[in-house]
Design a protein around this ligand. Structure first.
Ligand code: PMP
Length: 451
């Protein structure tokens, strides 16, 4: 009998033993899919030697490309020293240095860093901090959180409560805290009749109106800055974020800025909130923190908030939260080099990259199947449209068809429903962007030919 190929063997082991995330496993295991074994720059390679553009930065995490020599070296060097030590009655050099470097890059005043391991925990930590901050001050009425429709802030129960995407969140409503829900900007079909260029953030009034009745019970409003990612790359005006900041200031509510997806240069600036010129009270960051190498997250806060937890040993004012891998030195060492690459390479070359990215997005915008082309920094999206300009019926599964064709064209794309988006590593070159765009166009044309 012919020996089973390595790919088939791995797929069979996966089918038997792995529970895939966000996936109806029965359908997933009906088809073969790539088994990635290597990455280099913006490319991933599977066990059959096929090459794919990593168009979504391996779930929005990769900044400098795969298998980057400087990040590899930082990892190996730190592993040779020590991989992990607990932040319990002691600290470690890498986490301390990273905290100081993050504080220097953070918006004015956010100088205190709390470490955790992923985006969800960064937000969960922020929620617990906000709640306890008011408790410690004796403001016991402030027990509620607010978030937008279509929000996505993570998969732990606190962050699921904030979430506003039914497929992810609805089933857990009976076991999550109720959250005040405000309507997210709907820029694809603006109720004020504005276009993206004529928008003046009018819909902020609707957000304020939803929050106002609860203003003195809210401890925090949690928001994805300028781009609601998971719901379909909903890009909205900085004016909305500015008005939200002002509303929170007027009513003594904390503003939690979830930069997990958009932080570290994705939008063209280090932090997305910089586009609005505001300073949040808390920033949550993860994904790109280590350049996409290792799970590490941070919750950045101002010292006045940190000092709100001061008390006596043994009283309940301290923040009783932490994780086994809090401040992990391997991740911290890699993150420090990733931040240096961001400062010394990605940001200085950003203008040039944005011009190339804009050119690809304008190329898409001119295609007949492209609806509501939108982009900010190196995040771009459009909605697939039928020849008459309307959305495809859901049961066509157009996004899924495009995904399969894109893979054949050598692009790892992963649309959100019928929204195709590009969020490549920031290190991608202009030539690679152009080539990737042409392959995506071919994939879409081929997918359209199947309906
Ligand atoms: N917040 C936002 C805005 C996100 O996009 C995500 C993940 N996509 C998270 C939080 C959760 O991050 P993680 O998957 O690392 O838990």
């Amino acid at each position: 009998m012919k020996a089973m190929s390595r790919t088939l063997e791995l797929l069979e082991l996966e089918r038997r033993h792995v529970w895939p995330p966000y996936t109806q496993a029965r359908a997933y295991f009906e088809h073969a899919h790539p088994v990635i074994e290597r990455g280099e720059g913006v490319f991933l390679f599977d066990t059959e030697g096929r090459r794919y553009y990593d168009a979504f930065s391996s779930w929005w995490v990769n900044l400098h490309g795969h298998s980057h020599p400087a990040l590899n070296a930082a990892l190996a060097e730190q592993a040779a020293r020590v991989a992990h030590t607990a932040m319990a009655g002691q600290t470690n050099d890498q986490a301390v240095l990273l905290a100081a470097e993050l504080a220097a890059m953070a918006p004015q005043g956010l100088t205190r860093v709390f470490f955790s391991d992923n985006g969800s925990t960064a937000v969960e930590v922020a929620m617990k901090m906000a709640f306890q901050y008011f408790r410690n001050r004796g403001e016991t009425r402030r027990v509620k959180f607010a978030a937008l429709t279509g929000a996505y802030h993570g998969d732990t129960l606190g962050t699921v409560a904030l979430g506003g995407i039914d497929i992810f969140h609805a089933i857990y409503r009976p076991i999550t805290i109720p959250v005040v829900r405000a309507p997210a900007p709907a820029c694809g079909a603006c109720p004020y009749g504005r276009t993206r260029s004529s928008c003046q953030g009018e819909c902020a009034a609707d957000i304020e109106a939803a929050l106002l009745p609860h203003a003195d019970e809210l401890c925090a409003v949690v928001v994805e800055p300028l781009v609601q990612g998971a719901v379909g790359m909903g890009i909205y005006s900085p004016e909305v974020l500015r008005r939200l900041r002002a509303f929170c200031d007027r009513h003594g509510i904390l503003l939690i800025d979830d930069e997990v997806a958009m932080g570290f240069g994705r939008t063209g600036r280090v932090w997305a909130c910089e586009h609005a010129g505001i300073v949040p009270d808390i920033i949550c960051a993860a994904k790109g923190l280590t350049g996409g190498y290792l799970p590490m997250a941070v919750t950045l806060v101002a010292d006045w908030l940190y000092e709100g937890f001061f008390g006596e040993p043994g009283d309940s004012r301290a923040f009783y939260h932490g994780h086994s891998f809090t401040g992990n030195p391997l991740a911290a060492a890699v993150a420090r080099v990733s931040l240096r690459l961001l400062r010394e390479e990605r940001l200085p070359e950003m203008e040039e990259k944005l011009a190339a990215f804009g050119a690809v997005m304008r190329f898409f915008a001119a295609r007949p199947w492209c609806g509501d082309a939108r982009w900010l920094g190196m995040v771009g999206a459009f909605d697939l449209r039928a020849p008459d300009g309307t959305p495809f019926p859901a049961d066509y599964g157009m996004g899924r068809r495009v995904n399969i064709m894109a893979r054949e064209e050598g692009v790892y794309l992963r649309p959100l429903g019928d929204t195709v988006y590009l969020m490549p590593p920031l290190s991608i070159t202009a030539a690679e962007l152009g080539d990737m765009g042409a392959r995506i166009e071919r994939a879409i044309d081929r997918a359209l030919a199947t309906v």
